[in-house]
Design a protein around this ligand. Structure first.
Ligand code: ATP
Ligand code: MG
Length: 572
């Protein structure tokens, strides 16, 4: 499907202006995930924005792992993040890690110390908190703040050499303990942490703090526009302070290391935008992890999860996600978007692309009594009603069919246009059948509907135009393939599962009907399709062959979404 043109937004306008004024000849952006979990649909906004801007303006976008927190990170996440970014349709210019720059970041710290802009502080974490002050009260200077440069250099070298215990000392920026912005009250730049790091092993036992490592990483990579979410707005003064103190593009002591890494530094500008939130979902990594660990979902890639893995397995397309995010726009306004809007994008995309097939998820036998037992006919049906280039397929038709249980009612409500005793309905692509009789089991439940086919109404004959109110789909029973079919719905049954009121938490709002597993009967053309192939099962919705469990010996389909939105109305 064609993607909608890029609507303008405030960040795009800044880039346009910077290119027009010659401030930058080309732009550079980055997507900087912390490898401590799987990416979710919120991250997709940041990915689409960073990679999208670079692509539109012939710039470059790096994938950079912000791996400054050694204890929480895992190579498994690193691999998954790379795969998810590519699945969304993006390719990074360079793959980097904040840890690739530990040497540069360290040399920058030495400059801050030499310039009298940083000092080694012996206060414990609790004492630091006590000295920091509050939103209404200024902080107090650390008693170690006035240490001389030589002493600071010596202590910092010994921190690096592993002489001191975890948490016993930090390197802090010397800014302003009375600042109204707490981020500027002598923030920590380095802490001691004697743990192995997934990328640098045991080379370091001091690790830079996120804010400091992030700005140096942006600058050494020559990032022009550092796009981040609104919670970093208050950190921007620290970001700019670091750039003022550390003109990495003009520091001779960095040159050999920058050359070794092939980096061309520059001064970045941080710009904040609002996060993407969706109704009926929780997005925080902590809550998603709890759902997985407590067995409330089947894993990170459970098709009900808002992770990119889950959404992918559900059968959503990258095109639909990109369009959804593009249409949502980029602003500084916090908002919660409707999950229905994302589903609508999926429907639009799959309506155009997915081939049609027939399948019955709740089968009821229908026998055409005026056809012989041996009747075996091959019909030709279009794969796509609006796209002839998609060709046709053979559909087997015989005396015994499966129809949807809800397409027959003994005692129909008013306005019911499907099959009823003595009534007529059109079998899709075949002709009109009339219900002559029903067979029931011992409980009185209908187990078989017996019909006659009006031969003059067969497809292609003049009588085929005869009007009946309903058309239903069907599958030839002897040709059908049984398939495990998972009918997914919303994971949470309320729009705001994060809203903890009346002593309830998000766990109390899980939708008990978020998955129903049935054995469906599929037309034979659905045999041997590759995992991740998507179809419209006529009248039922869009379905995808499961990425993980579907194979030659086990057919498994997931419902991507229904053909119409049943939630938007229900919520009103
Ligand atoms: P979470 O709060 O879910 O744990 P995070 O912000 O800690 O996410 P990171 O790995 O640090 O996750 O995020 C990488 C990038 O993605 C950051 O630039 C972050 O601002 C952005 N991002 C994360 N969540 C969202 C969201 N909901 N909407 C837009 N951007 C997001
Ligand atoms: Mg984070």
């Amino acid at each position: 499907m064609s993607e909608t043109p890029v609507p303008n937004h405030f960040i795009r306008q800044i880039v346009l202006d910077d290119l027009a004024s010659g401030k930058h000849a080309a732009i550079a952006t980055r997507f900087p995930p912390e490898p401590n979990g799987y990416l979710h649909i919120g991250h997709a906004k940041s990915i689409c924005l960073n990679f999208g801007m670079a692509a539109e303006f012939d710039g470059r976008c790096n994938l950079r792992f912000d791996d400054t927190n050694p204890a929480k990170e895992d190579p498994e996440y690193v691999e998954a993040i790379k795969e998810d970014v590519q699945w969304l349709g993006f390719q990074w210019a360079e793959l980097r890690h904040a840890s690739d720059y530990f040497e540069l970041i360290h040399r920058c710290a030495l400059k801050l110390i030499r310039d009298g802009r940083a000092f080694v502080c012996d206060l414990s974490a609790d004492e630091v908190r006590e000295y920091r002050g509050t939103l209404t009260q200024p902080g107090r200077n650390s008693p170690y703040r006035e240490r001389g440069v030589e002493e600071n250099l010596d202590l910092f070298a010994r921190m690096k050499a592993g002489e001191f215990a975890d948490g016993s000392r930090t390197l802090r920026a010397k800014i302003d303990m009375a600042s109204g912005n707490i981020n500027l009250r002598d923030p920590a730049l380095y802490r001691i942490r004697k743990v192995e790091h997934q990328n640098t092993g045991n080379a370091w036992c001091i690790y830079p703090m996120y804010d400091y490592a992030h700005v140096v990483s942006d600058a050494v990579e020559g990032i022009t526009h550092s796009l981040c979410t609104l919670e970093f707005e208050d950190h921007r003064p620290l970001y700019d302070w670091c750039l003022d103190q550390l003109p990495v593009w003009n520091m001779p002591e960095l040159k050999d290391e920058l050359d070794r890494l092939g980096l061309k530094p520059g001064r970045p500008r941080q710009i904040e935008f609002s996060r993407l939130n969706l109704d009926y979902l929780v997005m925080s990594k902590r809550k998603l992890l709890a759902l997985v660990n407590d067995g409330l979902v089947a894993g990170w890639d459970d098709p009900r999860m808002p992770t990119l893995r889950g959404i992918r397995r559900r059968g959503f397309t990258p095109e639909a996600i990109r369009n959804f995010i593009r249409n949502a726009g980029v602003t500084k306004q916090e908002s919660v978007l409707e999950f229905s809007l994302l589903e609508n994008e999926v429907r639009n995309d799959l309506d155009a692309r997915a081939e049609r097939r027939m399948a019955v998820v709740d089968p009821l036998k229908l026998v055409i009594t005026n056809l012989p037992e041996s009747h075996d006919e091959t019909l030709t049906m279009a794969n796509h009603p609006k796209d002839e280039s998609r060709g046709t397929r053979a559909v087997c038709f015989s005396r015994e069919l499966w129809i949807e249980r809800e397409d027959f009612m003994e005692v129909p409500p008013k306005g019911y246009h499907r099959l009823v005793p003595g009534g007529e309905v059109r079998l899709r692509g075949v002709g009109i059948v009339k219900c002559e009789d029903v067979i029931k089991d011992a409980n009185g439940d209908v187990v078989e509907v017996r019909c006659t086919l009006d031969d003059s109404t067969r497809h292609g004959l003049p009588g085929a135009d005869r009007k009946v109110k309903g058309t239903i789909h069907w599958v030839s029973a002897k040709h059908a393939i049984a398939a495990e079919t998972r009918l997914y719905d919303r994971l949470f049954s309320v729009a705001d599962p994060d809203d903890d009121k009346d002593g309830k938490t998000y766990r109390d709002h899980l939708n008990p009907a978020s998955v129903r597993i049935v054995t469906a009967q599929l037309e034979a053309a659905l045999a041997n399709v590759a995992p991740e192939t998507r179809f419209q099962f006529e009248r039922l919705g869009y379905f995808v062959a499961d990425r993980k469990d579907h194979g030659a010996d086990r057919q498994v389909f997931n419902r991507v979404c229904t053909l119409r939105d049943s939630w938007a109305k229900a919520a009103k």
